[in-house]
Ligand binder design. Structure first.
Ligand code: BT5
Length: 328
C-alpha cells in the first residue's frame, strides 16, 4: 500500500525534467522528514516496482519510462467520471471477467473495473482461451448496467471495438487498426485485441453486462504463445514501440465512457458509422461458423442498422447472422 508520503515523493520525482536528480536534502526539506526516512520510502517504492536511481552526490531520479503497472498509477491516470470507479487491480487472476461478474452479482456499481497483470485462464468466446501472459498486455473487465433490452446488448461490443480502435490510434497514430466482425481488432491482418461481452439478464431487461477486453500491447516473440503466433500480433511487435499500459488503460476507459454516454442517450447510429469505417469485411467472401456448428458461406453485404451481419449466399438469398466466427 502506498502511504500519502510515498505518493508525495513519487509526484515530486515525476515532475519537471525527467533527467534531473532530486537531492535527498531537498526532499527531506519539502517533506519535513529526515534523509534516512526519505531513503526508507525510496526503498519501499523500489520494492514495489518503481525504478529509482540513487546517485551519491546528486540524489534520486525516477525512470519514468518504466512506471509500474499497479492500482495507484492506474487510478491516478483516470480522467473518467464513471468508468474505472472503483478500479480493482490484481497481479494474477483466473479471469477478470469472472471477478467482475462476482462483483456485479454482489451489487457493484456500473463502471466498476477489474484489471489484472496476468490471467491464468483468460476466456475467449465459446469456451476458448485468451492467452494472457504477465507483464506485457492489458486484460480489463468493466461492469455495465445499461437500460437496454437484451437483444441490443451487442451494441456494447461495437462500442468496445470503437474504443479500442480510437485508443490504439491515439497511442500510435501511424497504425491502421481494423475491426473484424464480431469482436476482433486486427493490425496488419493479425489479431491484436478481442472482446468478450457477457450478459446476465431476464427476458426483457439486462441485470448487468461484463465487457471484457484483452489487448496485446507489449507481447514480444519471447513470450508469444506458440499456438497463436501465426494469427496474432501485438502493438510492440508491429511498431517496435513499448506501450505504456497505464496510459493506454486510462485512454481506453475514457473512450468507453464517451461512447457509453451516447448509448445511454439512446444513440447508436454514430457508433455504428464509426465501426463501419474500420470494418474490413464488406464485399469480401466469407465463411461463418455459427454457435451450433453450422457453416454458411457468401459475400458480406455489411451490417444493418442494428449491427446484424448480412451475408449474400451463392443462391442469391440474404441471411442475417447475429453471432459466429467469420473466416475470410
Ligand atoms: C475473444 O474471443 O477474442 C475474446 C477475448 C477476450 C479477452 C478478455 S481479457 C479480459 C477479459 N477477461 C477474460 O477472461 N477475457 C476477457 P474469441 O473470439 O473466442 O477468440 C479466441 C481465439 O483468439 C483463440 O481461440 C485464439 O485463436 C486467439 N487468441 C487467444 N489468445 C490470443 C491473444 N492473446 N491474442 C490474439 N489472439 C488470441
Amino acid at each position: 500500500m502506498q502511504t500519502p508520503t510515498d505518493k508525495t515523493i513519487l509526484n515530486i520525482l515525476k515532475k519537471g525534467d525527467k533527467k534531473v536528480y532530486h537531492s535527498g536534502e531537498s526532499l527531506s526539506r519539502s517533506l519535513g522528514l529526515s534523509r534516512t526516512a526519505i531513503w526508507k520510502h525510496i526503498r519501499k517504492l523500489r520494492d514495489s516496482g518503481y525504478r529509482i536511481e540513487a546517485r551519491p552526490s546528486q540524489g534520486y531520479r525516477l525512470e519514468c519510462l518504466h512506471i509500474p503497472f499497479n492500482k495507484p498509477e492506474l487510478t491516478a491516470g483516470l480522467e473518467t467520471l464513471v468508468m474505472g470507479r472503483p478500479l480493482h487491480f490484481y497481479r494474477d487472476v483466473e479471469s477478470t471477467n469472472y471477478i467482475a461478474s462476482e462483483l456485479a452479482q454482489n451489487g457493484a456499481p456500473e463502471g466498476t473495473c477489474v484489471i489484472a497483470d496476468y490471467q491464468k485462464r483468460g476466456k475467449g468466446r465459446m469456451g476458448r482461451a485468451w492467452e494472457s501472459p504477465p507483464g506485457v498486455n492489458l486484460y480489463l473487465s468493466l461492469i455495465l448496467r445499461p437500460a437496454l433490452s437484451p437483444v441490443d446488448a451487442p451494441r456494447l461490443t461495437f462500442l468496445a471495438a470503437n474504443a479500442v480502435i480510437e485508443t490504439i490510434k491515439k497511442t500510435l497514430p501511424s497504425l491502421h487498426p481494423e475491426i473484424k466482425w464480431p469482436n476482433d481488432i486486427l493490425i496488419n491482418d493479425k489479431k491484436t485485441a478481442g472482446i468478450l461481452t457477457e450478459m446476465n439478464s431476464e427476458v426483457d431487461r439486462i441485470n448487468f453486462v461484463i465487457l471484457g477486453i484483452g489487448i496485446n500491447l507489449n507481447m514480444t516473440d519471447r513470450v508469444f504463445p506458440e499456438n497463436i503466433r501465426s494469427v496474432a500480433t501485438s502493438i510492440r511487435l508491429e511498431t517496435g514501440e513499448e506501450v505504456d499500459r497505464v496510459r493506454f488503460a486510462g485512454l481506453l476507459l475514457l473512450e468507453i465512457e464517451k461512447e457509453y454516454n451516447i448509448i445511454k442517450r439512446g444513440g447508436f447510429t454514430s457508433i455504428l458509422d464509426h465501426w463501419k469505417r474500420y470494418s474490413n469485411i464488406n464485399g469480401r467472401r466469407a465463411r461463418i461458423k455459427q454457435a451450433d456448428g453450422k457453416e454458411i458461406e457468401g459475400v458480406v453485404l455489411g451490417v444493418d442498422e442494428d449491427g446484424v451481419l448480412c451475408l449474400k449466399k451463392d443462391d442469391g438469398g440474404v441471411v442475417k447472422v447475429f453471432s459466429g466466427d467469420l473466416m475470410l
